[in-house]
Design a protein around this ligand. Structure first.
Ligand SMILES: *[C@@H]1O[C@H](CO)[C@@H](O)[C@H](O)[C@H]1NC(C)=O
Ligand SMILES: *[C@@H]1O[C@H](CO)[C@@H](O)[C@H](O)[C@H]1NC(C)=O
Ligand SMILES: *[C@@H]1O[C@H](CO)[C@@H](O)[C@H](O)[C@H]1NC(C)=O
Ligand SMILES: *[C@@H]1O[C@H](CO)[C@@H](O)[C@H](O)[C@H]1NC(C)=O
Ligand SMILES: *[C@@H]1O[C@H](CO)[C@@H](O)[C@H](O)[C@H]1NC(C)=O
Length: 460
């Protein structure tokens, strides 16, 4: 193993405002690939919230900052992506191809290349097909515990036992397992053994993208929808990365396709996400190379799931209305003096569930679209799936009652964010203002109408 090289322990000490606050070993730092922050949707949640590397259950309640002490949380909806998973069958085939070339055709003196050829084993098998891994189970358990610390009046034993917490999931095994893991996080925390808690499988809500005909026809199954992605993959930035990989392995340029270069990048990502190792695969890329591969994937997400086409976000109308109707019900119950019947809703889905909804709400909307020719100009874009959608990514909406005024706080990956266009309201705008801001969507955005292949003229 290469890792033995790092087995000498060097301590350095961080001083924060005069306190001896923590020790970090050199070993810890060396185990994180330099390119780990560019892994798109295959990145770890810890790279988005680095404080979790030291304490996976850390929360900071003061980030919530309700405008007054009398504010009480009355409802919370969490839309959560499944945890770390194995690669899909398609990824695994590409990894196998690349591994064969490294094994049989590559030559070079580098010790890490030698390590790949003699010690690393291709342990991914096609039957793994995107299943949740143990790390993913732990992520959802830990997230459940952190959310119960952040929102103790809502995510509480009493509310769970009382049936005030609902669980909804996509039917995919990795999502169902993630839901079970989230529930297990809570029942283990409170040592609940005498009760079990249901979840509903609902693909109409959590996999709306599979049900939206217009999206499927015009975007998902339409190769011309991703022209910009294909052009970028044939362009100079990507060609340079492919040639560099071929040069390092000392094989002809023609033997390293874009998919194979990407497979090497994802081998680094999966080895890190699943096993927390900084594998020799990571040595094929520096940060500039990683930014190119990251951009290629962001381009794909932009055109297939986000601002590229209007139907991408509109396909999530059904989830949008579902979320707002639950907020409305909770608001009405609280205002009319009843107990809120659904205090918490936990919904588990995919990156492809969250991204269209975030887009519909207007998050991460840069002034210029991502295209095949503006990689450099987009260096500081806000649209970065590496930041938005790591494993276990989550969008949380918390409804507060502040002495008769309702307020709504959005959080992305446990950090407060502001609804785009409502920025002057800080992080906790009045619920009424949010309804006003999204009124066109609340009055329209009809899934059936939007997803019909040919709109009726009367509805245009
Ligand atoms: C918690 O968050 C607040 C507000 O963002 C910040 O000032 C404070 O330093 C944080 N505390 C810790 C322990 O991180
Ligand atoms: C996921 O669920 C399946 C079926 O219930 C189970 O066999 C498997 O062990 C679970 N995996 C994990 C990691 O929990
Ligand atoms: C790898 O080497 C084998 C012979 O060892 C050869 O048949 C094959 O074409 C080579 N593949 C590539 C992609 O260069
Ligand atoms: C509405 O929420 C506030 C804050 O928790 C609470 O004081 C009030 O009693 C609630 N109203 C009802 C009817 O539950
Ligand atoms: C995104 O930004 C563009 C250009 O600034 C704007 O025209 C569009 O309305 C925005 N979309 C959303 C959903 O906010």
């Amino acid at each position: 193993m290469l890792t033995f090289l790092w087995k000498f322990t060097v301590f350095y000490v961080c001083y924060t405002s005069g306190f001896l606050s923590n020790y970090v070993t050199f070993e810890d730092e060396a185990n994180i690939p330099a390119i780990a922050k560019y892994f798109n949707t295959k990145g770890r949640y810890e790279e988005v919230n680095p404080y979790l590397r030291e304490d996976i259950l850390a929360v900071n309640r003061s980030i919530l900052q309700p405008p007054s002490a009398e504010c009480r949380q009355i409802h919370l909806t969490a839309i959560i992506r499944h945890g770390t998973r194995y690669p899909t069958t398609k990824n695994i085939k590409e990894m196998q191809q690349l591994y064969n070339i490294v094994l049989h055709n590559a030559s070079g003196e580098q010790s890490w290349l030698h390590e790949l050829q003699t010690q690393w084993r291709m342990w991914y098998t096609e039957d793994m097909d995107g299943r949740l891994v143990q790390k993913g189970v732990n992520e959802l358990k830990h997230l459940a515990v952190r959310l119960s610390k952040l929102f103790p009046s809502l995510i509480s034993e009493e509310k769970l036992r009382g049936g005030f917490i609902k669980f909804i999931t996509s039917s995919k095994h990795r999502c169902v397992n993630s839901t079970l893991s989230f529930k297990a996080g809570l029942t283990e925390l409170w040592d609940i053994k005498d009760m079990e808690f249901d979840h509903a499988v609902n693909d109409a809500l959590m996999r709306f993208f599979d049900k939206c005909t217009r999206f499927l026809e015009e975007v998902d199954n339409n190769p011309s929808a991703v022209t910009e992605v294909e052009k970028f993959k044939e362009g100079p930035e990507v060609r340079r990365v492919q040639q560099k990989v071929a040069d390092i392995l000392n094989v002809p340029y023609s033997s390293i396709s874009y998919d194979m270069a990407e497979a090497a990048f994802y081998l680094c990502a999966y080895e890190f996400a699943i096993k927390t190792v900084n594998s020799p695969w990571c040595r094929l890329f520096d940060e500039v190379d990683a930014q190119v591969v990251e951009y290629a994937n962001d381009l794909k997400h932009f055109w297939k799931r986000s601002y590229g086409y209007d139907i991408n976000s509109k396909s999530s109308c059904i989830l949008f209305h579902d979320v707002f109707s639950r907020l409305g019900k909770a608001a009405e119950e609280n205002m009319s003096g009843q107990q809120v019947t659904e205090a918490v809703t936990v919904q588990v889905g995919h990156a492809e569930t969250l991204l269209p909804l975030l887009t519909l709400l207007g998050f991460f909307n840069d002034s210029e679209p991502l295209t095949s020719t503006n990689f450099a100009a987009q260096a500081h874009r806000s649209f970065r799936t590496s930041h938005m959608l790591p494993y276990a990514a989550n969008l949380i909406l918390v409804l507060y009652d502040c002495g008769g005024n309702l307020r709504l706080q959005p959080l992305l990956n446990e950090k407060p964010v502001t609804f785009p266009g409502l920025a002057d309201q800080a992080s906790m705008p009045l619920y009424q203002d949010v309804l006003e801001h999204y009124k066109d969507l609340l009055q329209g955005c009809d899934f059936e109408t939007e997803c019909r292949l040919f709109k009726q003229p009367a509805e245009v």
